[in-house]
Design a protein around this ligand. Sequence first.
Ligand code: PEP
Length: 243
Amino acid sequence: MAIRLPLVVANWKLNGDRQLLTEMVQSIKELDAEKVETVLCPPYVYLNENTDGVKKGAQSVAIQESGAFTGEISGRMLRDVGCQYVIVGHSERRAMFGESNDTVAKKVLATLAAGLIPILCVGETDEQREAGETIAVITEQVKSVLDVLPNYSDSIVIAYEPVWAIGTGKTATSEQAEEVHLAIRKILAGYSQELADLTRILYGGSVKPDNSEELFSKENIDGGLIGGASLDVEAFTNICKNA
Ligand code: PEP
């Protein structure tokens, strides 16, 4: 079994400022990069800041490369300012900005075409879980992307984020999360065993310092995508230390 370096990603959403970025960078620089990889995803305008070697990612990307698309930011531009990752298909983008599985797949392709690593977010709603549809929903979300990938040697990251756990304070139990992570790993194996072995599958949804250790102890949970707690330097750094 290949070794997957744990990855912890901060999703600031529409929050944060330069001051927080400076403080976060200082704290992350002190972590052991051989034990955990850390990525900061602040709003676009802060991606041009010098983060002193700390990795940066965007929260979304345009499908198009360039042209008359007012307000959009392309993968090439993100790469130009030193980004390495892009969060794609976050549930807030799916729910509030109408991003379908098809749009998400196109954004993953645009991300890879720019030489960046997509962090593909998938997750079921409360109603879908109650109806017993969790694995079916996740399978469709993952397959709609994998089916259009030109090859399986590009690096991708998948984040399982149950919608009912995002920003709600409700976390999936480590058993609930591990069950879905294992299902995702099996879907990946259906395309390529190497892809299944190498792809990091992150958990996201109200991760805090005190629940992160238990979640990250599971075999198929390779780190986290952190929202609220990534705006607190001490909390985020402690989550990274638990990965
Ligand atoms: C997220 O937005 O990706 C997220 C997981 O948020 P939170 O940690 O606040 O639930």
